[in-house]
Design a binder for this molecule. Sequence first.
Ligand code: ATP
Length: 418
Amino acid sequence: MRAMFIGIDDTDSRERYCTTYIGTLLMEELEKRYKMDTPKLIRMNPMVKYKTRGNGGISLRVLEENLKDRDIDYIKKTVLKYVEKYSDLEDENTNPGVVFLMEKDYKKNRELLKKYYKKVLYDIVDLDYAKEMVEKVGGEYVCYKKGYGIIGALGSIASSGPYTYELLTYRKKENWGKKRIIDDKSVVEMDRKTFPYTFNNVDGDKQIIAPNTKCPVLYGIRGVNKEILLEAMKMVKCEEKIDRYMIFKTNQGTDAHLRPMKIKDIYPNTGVIVHGVVTEDPKSIRGGAVIFKVCDNTGEISCVAYEPTKGFRDIVRKLKKGDMVGVYGTVREKPFGINLEKLKIVKLAKVYMKDKKCSCGGTLKSKGVKSGYVCNRCKKRVNYNSIKLIEVKRDISEGFYEVPPSARRHLSKPLLLF
Ligand code: ATP
């Protein structure tokens, strides 16, 4: 079998282009000669600092059984031509990398590649490590400038399921950089009609399918199968004509960046799921964030819901010491703690308050710290430990809660998909 994989990453800047755009142009070009698999858009560790936006890398797979040497040569030249033409090489943070890997080497090294995929999702990977890995699996890399893109290019090739899909539409060149005018109502309607097969389209009555950057993307619709995305695209009303579109297979909306961990093993810049007990009631801190602590049988860690998570913070505020929870999120280095993406309330603790009503109808008043109580009407005395406790009804239910769509990471699995 002489089919081949092509991985590309780190071609764009905040000002220009998008790696998926190169993928789309290349798909169109290569499809003229070869059978092509669905291209992949793979998101990697969202904690990587020098990402442009969502830390995504793309990969293509030429499905032709018997690629000749001259075909391989043509494919490589075409890929590099497009990468050179549509990368923002002038931006100092753009360091493209391309990886080529033949299908037989991919198959031979499947386990090693799966391990590498987990590493790019969970950890900060060193460029030398990525280069060594490309060589180890028999691939070839091409670096532009510092070539950091190799890390994500190989990550995209190495990825494994579960997958979802994203349909990306692109703008005509003359519209790049202009404001996108998309009819919110049509997106709300599309969301309703395609529910539950598409996700993250709207936040309240506002569409969130269009980026706010100068890149060539007009909008992207995420969903669980390709057919529904084509239907959804027809429903979106927009002031400009779509130039082209492409459907990518992706790990978005899968929680691939999270895995269960014991608190003692947690380290910064990774994604975790922790099951534990709330040890401190939540409190509000600077900038509108809400913080609380959880422990398991190995340690204790802070969990924070930041301001952009909006109404999700109101749920968090209602937690109480003793609640059993599952927390889902990425680990921030400073201040060290879990940046919450989802919260599972497994078991609510019983909360009690002192019944300060006296049988005569008066009120029991405290006589001082732990000194008991005295009724303000009949003067009856009650020992500190003898006061009746009444259970307080909790104004929150056990269940799964998530941050609003506009605060969601590309990789976060929406509750809708559980
Ligand atoms: P876009 O979403 O528009 O494609 P981006 O957010 O993906 O942009 P890039 O410009 O691709 O940002 O920059 C991310 C860089 O981080 C790339 O060079 C990629 O190879 C690298 N990278 C990806 N995963 C990791 C990782 N786990 N550790 C270190 N570097 C990584």
